[in-house]
Structures are given as structure tokens and as C-alpha cells.
Design a binder for this molecule. Structure first.
Ligand SMILES: Nc1ncnc2c1ncn2[C@@H]1O[C@H](COP(=O)(O)OP(=O)(O)OP(=O)(O)O)[C@@H](O)[C@H]1O
Ligand SMILES: [Mg+2]
Length: 420
């Protein structure tokens, strides 16, 4: 390329970069930001492949942004880990890696890393560095024609540095939005909880006298049919009582009784409890427990309750043959200070049921929200309260027609007073 042509393309590049830079401050949605970034970088460089990875602290891996929206199978297995040699190299050098020009660096990567890089046709790898750490990376494929020249790479580096701020901002923004909606939910739950507790107390007393009166009348009835009617009434009263009990336990949860437990055993026991109901509907329950540690400090009774609530919801939701529920458990170490002793479990319970419409997803944690004839609508609000009291985190994702996933983060250890 002649000097003039090169100059012109540089000008184009500079202009494209300044335009892209402007758009960074306007876009806060991560996937939208990625789409915009990727489209412009493709345009500028004429490469077909641009992949942006960001650290996902839940999994301690660098994943391509928007793996949920992309075709998952296409990207399955495409991720990097903090211990990868590529990440090590980027952390040390904090500069872009031009793979064809550094074949000795490439040859030192593991086979898995090489395979991933080849799958995304990697030629240029640029690290997003913040606080002296690699927080993400952008990977470019080959150009349609020619190679990346040094001037171009220098300009791209400037652009990528700006982009890394934009991606980090957008990530923070999303986390903040999520936190705000969680706080709103907790607030709503607390208010409703107080109301429920008040109502429960008011209802309980008259209910006790209704029950004992029916019992008294039943004993005096001689006609068999009438007697059985009275029995039905008692059963119904008991059902109301159970609901009230649920309301109370949600509004005023009993103290946590933290004990050291084998988490794997706890989950197996719970699965056995649910398995009967699952088998009746031909639903398979699968457990994938992958953790270097098994111990957990929790209130076992309450955590069992949580797992039963979620598993039963899945069992009840599935209305088709070949139903399947998978429980995946990962033991992870955490950077988050909120989690004591640095270990926590990531529990994902997935079903292939009908899913929940997006506009109702936020309602499922509300007390008394139910779509079931026999449901109280308290299962998930109790679950939420219990997880919260264990200083964990719970969220639910769902896609209509595909299924539902409940994701829980549970600290391996909850500090208890007498331990300090
Ligand atoms: N896995 C799931 N698939 C589809 N819908 C679900 C799933 N889990 C929960 N839901 C929806 O969320 C609602 C609330 O669930 P929650 O467990 O709080 O109450 P419930 O199951 O209706 O009643 P209860 O738990 O008292 O039996 C359910 O009625 C259902 O509509
Ligand atoms: Mg339920």
C-alpha cells in the first residue's frame, strides 16, 4: 500500500475510533455495547472474527459476552481461566499479542488454549487491564486481506483501552441495577411479611376454636356420611393451618441452627425425598457434584427445605414425557468479601419444563404468587428468605418452552456468634 493510501486509511481509522468512543458513553447495556463494538471493529479491520471475553466471577472464567444470546453450542467450551498460560502472558506483558509473530509464545500454550484460540481464529489478542489485572480480552481474527500493520495496531490499542473502560462501566452499571432490584424485592418481602404475620396471628385463634368445635360435633355425630363430612372440614382447617404456618415461618423465620455438614450427602438425601414424586411423572433427576471440598456450614433443615421447594416446583412444572431436572453443584473460591472464608457453592437447578414468561419472572418470589390450584405461593419467598439469611444469593432464569434454571450462591461458611 502506498504512503498516501496508508495515510487515508489511518484517517478513517482515527475517525471511526472517535465515533466508537462517543458511542461508548451512550450505551450501558453490555450486549448492545458488544454488538456495537464488534460491528465497528470488523468494519475498521476487515476481520470476520471479533470475540470479547470478560471475567465472570461466578465461574472464575473469562467467557465471551452474551453467551446466552449467542448460539450456545457454537461457543461451548470457548472460555479462558485465570490459570491459563495465555492469561499469564497477558498479565505479565499487559500488551497485545500478535500470534503469527509470536509463534514461540503460542507453542507454550496448553492444547486446550490452542484449540480455543484456533476455534475463534485468533490472530490478535488484546487484554483489558484494570487494577493491574486482566479483566477481559478482545480477540481478532485474520484480516480479509493483508496483515495488521504496526500503526493500525497502535491505534487499535488505544481504542481497546477505551473499550475496556466502557465494558467495565457497563458491567458495574448492570450489577448496580441488579442490586437495586434485589433491594427493592427484599423491601417488598419485608413489608408483606409483616402484614402476613399480623394476619396469621388474627386468623389462628378463631381457627383453633373452629377446629375444636368441629371435632366436638364430629364425636357426637352418629351418621357415617355426616361424620365423614365433618372429617373433611377438619382436613380443610388443617390445610389452612399449614398455610398460616408457612406464612409465619416466612415472616419470622426460626433461628438459624448452623452445623457442619457434608453438602454432597445433604443433596443426595434431598434428591431421595423428591425422587418419588419425580418418578411418578417419569422425570429423571441428575446430580453433577463437582467440588474439591464437600463441607458446608448451614442450617441443614432449612437448606433441605430450599432444595425441596425448588425441586418440587420443577417436578410440578414439567408436564411432558422425558422430563429432566439437573442439579449442578460447583465448589468455588471467591473474591467477594461478603462470603466468609472465601469458599462458596454455586448450585444450578435446571428443568426442561414450560418455563416462566419474562414479565412474570419477577413475581415468583412474591409471597402468595402462585399459578397452582393447590399452591400457597410461599415456596419461593420462604426459599428467598432462607438463602438471604445464609448470606447467599438466588436468582431465576427462564425461557418459555425451554425450561427454568434456579441459580443459588451459598457461602460455604456462615459466621456464627459463638464462633468469633
Ligand atoms: N421450575 C418452574 N417452572 C415453571 N414455573 C415455576 C417454576 N418454579 C416456580 N414457578 C412458578 O412460580 C410460582 C411460585 O412458586 P412458589 O414455589 O413460590 O409457589 P407454588 O409452588 O405455587 O406454591 P407452593 O410452593 O406453596 O406449593 C409457581 O406457582 C409457578 O407458577
Ligand atoms: Mg412451590
Amino acid at each position: 500500500m502506498g504512503a498516501k493510501g496508508k495515510h487515508k486509511s489511518q484517517q478513517d481509522l482515527t475517525q471511526a475510533i472517535s465515533e466508537l468512543n462517543k458511542s461508548f458513553s451512550l450505551i450501558t447495556d453490555l450486549v448492545q455495547l458488544r454488538d456495537n463494538f464488534v460491528a465497528r471493529v470488523k468494519e475498521i479491520t476487515t476481520t470476520k472474527y471479533v470475540t470479547v471475553f470478560l471475567m465472570d466471577h461466578d465461574y472464575d472464567r473469562y467467557y465471551p459476552i452474551g453467551k446466552e444470546v449467542n448460539n450456545v453450542s457454537e461457543l461451548e467450551g470457548v472460555f479462558f481461566q485465570p490459570g491459563d498460560k495465555l492469561i499469564f502472558w497477558l498479565n505479565v506483558n499487559k500488551t497485545l499479542l500478535n500470534i503469527p509473530q509470536n509463534s514461540e509464545v503460542f507453542s507454550f500454550f496448553t492444547d486446550r488454549e490452542k484449540a480455543v484460540l484456533q476455534r475463534i481464529e485468533a490472530v490478535i489478542v488484546y487484554p483489558f487491564v484494570s487494577m493491574n489485572q486482566v479483566k477481559g480480552l478482545v480477540v481478532l481474527g485474520e484480516k480479509e486481506s493483508g496483515n495488521y500493520n504496526p500503526d493500525e495496531l497502535r491505534l487499535l490499542s488505544i481504542l481497546f483501552e477505551q473499550a475496556s473502560f466502557a465494558f467495565e462501566n457497563s458491567l458495574l452499571y448492570m450489577q448496580q441495577r441488579e442490586r437495586a432490584s434485589k433491594m427493592y424485592r427484599a423491601d417488598r418481602l419485608a413489608t408483606l411479611g409483616e402484614l402476613a404475620a399480623g394476619a396469621a396471628h388474627e386468623i389462628r385463634n378463631p381457627l383453633t376454636s373452629i377446629r375444636s368445635t368441629i371435632q366436638y360435633l364430629k364425636n357426637r355425630i352418629t351418621d357415617r356420611e355426616d361424620k365423614s363430612m365433618a372429617e373433611d372440614l377438619i382436613n380443610e382447617v388443617d390445610r389452612i393451618n399449614d398455610i398460616i404456618q408457612g406464612m409465619l415461618s416466612f415472616a419470622k423465620p426460626v433461628e438459624l441452627r448452623i452445623e457442619e455438614t457434608d453438602f454432597y450427602q445433604l443433596i443426595c438425601q434431598t434428591i431421595r425425598l423428591v425422587n418419588n414424586s419425580a418418578e411418578k411423572k417419569g422425570i429423571k433427576l441428575e446430580l453433577d457434584f463437582d467440588s474439591d471440598f464437600k463441607i458446608i456450614f448451614v442450617d441443614t433443615g432449612q437448606i433441605k427445605q430450599v432444595l425441596i421447594n425448588i425441586l418440587m416446583n420443577a417436578v410440578q412444572a414439567i408436564q411432558k414425557p422425558a422430563g429432566i431436572i439437573t442439579i449442578s453443584v460447583r465448589g468455588l473460591t471467591s473474591e467477594y468479601k461478603a462470603f466468609d472464608r472465601n469458599i462458596y457453592y454455586l448450585i444450578e437447578i435446571k428443568d426442561n419444563g414450560p418455563g416462566i414468561p419474562q414479565n412474570l419472572l419477577d413475581k415468583v418470589f412474591d409471597p402468595f404468587y402462585t399459578t397452582k390450584q393447590e399452591g400457597t405461593g410461599l415456596g419461593l419467598s420462604i426459599t428467598y428468605t432462607i438463602i438471604n439469611r445464609h448470606r447467599g444469593d438466588i436468582e431465576i432464569q427462564s425461557e418459555l418452552g425451554k425450561g427454568t434454571m434456579v441459580k443459588i450462591k451459598l457461602p460455604g461458611r456462615v459466621t456464627i456468634k459463638n464462633e468469633l
